[in-house]
Design a protein. Structure first.
Length: 351
């Protein structure tokens, strides 16, 4: 488990001096079972001295004259204790008042929204980090309760991109008056037929895999225009913070997230880590009613459809490489994200 989290650490190299080795600082922020923030870090080579922790509701603004806590750098961990489960906190870590790093918890805990998380803290190939608190991704927002509405308010969301199809929206419309809701429908194929086939025992695990692979191929072949419209919204700084969502926040949302991170120059290994992380943030127990009375074959099929499987994203990437030659060419020709537009998005979203 620790090794898996290490791979998701925010990591940055910082220059100590002309004759010194460049150290790497990797950090991660997690929420414990009662909502406290647990912050862990590693340094390579090892750094001795004092860590100061600053806390803020805004990742762009920290009162650097008022540390919220101290720790020995060699300890590698500290905890910010809070009983506030509504307001989201960000942290600025100071290592000996020389090296600094901003960090937040990836997940945003809610009562009714699946897979809500911040896309900050990812490094691109040039060593720039995606900003915290600017872009969020999630599952559908049609069931927002009072407390989750307050939590979304506290994120300061200005734009919600709803990637669900028209029939999904009719069933559970987003009732959130504080943001501009942009509906960009991306079809899930014949999902109703798939559901019927599962419940009737006519779709097995292999069929479900083919169904999902076909859906991801259609992202490229049939829905590039829709994803291009969504990415265009990231070019305007007035639209931020932006939240984009679909049903569970893993497929349509996952593909859009992958393309956004690719446009920012984030390595594919990191993009895939973000994609499969949906499996950590979707509470399948909430969906258990779908399968409790079904056969084992049907339950396996449902598991396939509810899982972020790296092979699904790979299918789409293979199609992109075959049709366009590379993901960069797909960004420019398929999604209309020119170098100038990419630079504009980078200026907004990268530290």
């Amino acid at each position: 488990m620790i090794g898996r989290f290490i791979s998701l650490f925010a990591s940055v190299s910082m220059l100590i001096g002309c004759n010194s080795r460049i150290p790497e600082i990797r950090s991660i922020c997690l929420r414990d079972d009662i909502g406290n923030y647990v912050i862990k870090w590693e340094t390579d080579p090892e750094i001795e001295g004092l860590l100061k922790m600053y806390v803020s509701d805004d990742p762009e603004k920290f009162n650097m004259s008022n540390p919220a806590g101290y720790a020995n750098i060699k300890d590698g961990v500290t905890t910010y204790i809070t009983n506030d489960n509504i307001t989201r906190k960000y942290f600025r870590l100071s290592f000996n008042d020389k090296y600094y790093q901003t960090i937040g918890a990836r997940s945003v805990p809610t009562d009714s929204v699946q897979n809500l998380r911040d896309m900050g803290g990812y490094f691109n190939r040039q060593g720039n980090m995606t900003k915290w608190g600017k872009v969020f991704r999630s599952g559908q927002l049609g069931s927002l309760g009072e407390w989750d509405t307050i939590r979304i308010n506290n994120l300061g969301i200005k734009t919600i991109i709803d990637l669900r199809a028209d029939e999904e929206i009719k069933k559970e419309p987003i009732k959130y008056p504080h943001a501009n809701i942009v509906h960009i429908p991306v079809s899930t194929g014949r999902m109703k037929d798939a559901s019927a086939r599962i419940t009737e025992g006519r779709m097995r695990k292999g069929d479900a895999l083919l169904y999902m692979q076909d859906q991801y191929l259609q992202f490229v072949t049939d829905n590039s225009e829709q994803f291009a419209k969504a990415l265009e919204l990231f070019e305007n700084k007035e639209n931020y913070p932006i939240l984009f969502s679909c049903s569970l926040g893993k497929d349509r949302t996952g593909f859009l997230a992958a393309m956004l991170l690719a446009a920012l120059g984030v390595p594919m290994e990191t993009i895939k880590q973000d994609y499969v992380a949906s499996n950590d943030y979707i509470n399948i127990s909430h969906l258990a009613y779908l399968a409790k009375d079904l056969s084992s074959d049907a339950q396996e099929s449902i598991t396939v459809i509810l899982t972020a499987n790296e092979s699904f994203l790979d299918i789409a990437l293979q199609k992109i490489n075959k049709e366009y030659g590379s993901i960069d060419k797909y960004l420019s020709k398929g999604l209309n994200i020119t170098e100038n537009k990419r630079d504009k998005i980078k200026d907004i979203l990268l530290y």
